[in-house]
Design a protein around this ligand. Sequence first.
Ligand SMILES: [Zn+2]
Length: 262
Amino acid sequence: MRTCSADAVSLTLRVAVSRSTALAAALGLLLTSALCPAHTSAGDVASDTVSARMVLRAVNSRDAYLPDQIDFINSLLRFSRTVTVLSEVEEGPLFDPDTQEIWMPGSFADVIASYFSDDETAPIADIYLHTLVHEVGHVLFSQYDLPLLAREEDAADALASVLLLEYVENGADVVLNAADMFGRESEHTDDYEEADFWSEHSLDIQRYYTTLCHVYGSDPEVHGHLVNDDTGLSEARAENCEYEYQRIRRAWLELLRPYLKR
Ligand SMILES: [Zn+2]
């Protein structure tokens, strides 16, 4: 399997920026500023004794922020095997444990935009980051054979909530935008089919409420406004969110301790 070196990754980043659309550049800039406190350059990462890392094979103008997001993930986590992120693919987002590839198709940006009124307001970068960290959950389960006490998809969602809320400056906004996307996907579901219930994923509407609950539970004082009729997060549900979030936070941070760089 072909992988890129650290230099190749940094080269890809430069090409990506020069080819990016105004929207992608703006979103990328926003995200870069949010990630900057935690940002580690490709050079720093290359000096690590561990050579396994996440690399990007290609990038297109619709997902020009992937290089920064991958830098963030490399600055945070140790991998035991190199993981390759592919954007020039048709299927996904998905993780293939056999090839250790994450497929993040460029068309995913269009799918996200289609759920929002227009391209300008679609939080494409945030949803890419949430999705990428969710896929990283599958990578970690696979590489370290981590014990799972619930469905893997729910665990990956919980891991995305914890890593984004704990390590990204505007992580709550990122996670809320992901919840918003789940809610919008749910609204587009006219009829549930049998497959929705046997799917390994929870229903989109469940992912919406659970994700909202994580954000609220991470700091009920700051996020008290999330409990209202508009969001649908009831006081009865919210009551347990702080406990739930603390449980997943402790579980993930302890389980990942050997693999976290900070
Ligand atoms: Zn998944």
